[in-house]
Design a protein around this ligand. Structure first.
Ligand code: 5GP
Ligand code: ZN
Length: 118
């Protein structure tokens, strides 16, 4: 596993120095419950390696994003969200509301969502 990026809360979750409710884990990806859920189901899916933003994704590392979406779809199905629908969100940068600078995919479900987003 890559070394923890100093001060990164999600690297600490990966390395289990901070507790979280983990729902899925493999060599490259981990998924855990958001500490401040914005919907009945609110899960974060992250790569274990520290990548700051979705804008750092390129053709060399994009396979990680595909894997994260596959994990999100599996968790959505496990939560019976596949029929009613769910939202997958990447916030990229401060204007978009990114607060933790370690890429994470939000899986949100269990309620109706508005559009456009706030
Ligand atoms: P962002 O705004 O960066 O897209 O989303 C960061 C998310 O991480 C927020 O929804 C926030 O509630 C969640 N979060 C921040 N710190 C922690 C933590 O220590 N544990 C967990 N499980 N979630 C966290
Ligand atoms: Zn990190």
């Amino acid at each position: 596993m890559d070394k923890e990026r100093e001060g990164c809360i999600f690297c600490k979750i990966v390395n289990k120095t901070i507790e979280s409710q983990i729902l899925y884990e493999d060599d490259e990806i981990i998924a855990f419950k958001d500490i401040k859920p914005q919907a009945p189901v609110h899960i974060l899916i992250i790569p274990k390696i520290h990548i700051e933003k979705i804008s750092d994704i390129n053709s060399d590392n994009s396979n990680l994003i595909t894997k994260m979406i596959v994990v999100a779809n599996k968790i959505a199905k496990d939560n019976n969200l596949d029929n009613e629908g769910y939202r997958l969100v990447f916030n990229c940068g401060e204007a978009a509301g990114q607060e933790v600078f370690h890429i994470h995919l939000h899986l949100l479900g269990g309620r109706k969502f508005g559009w456009p987003p706030g």
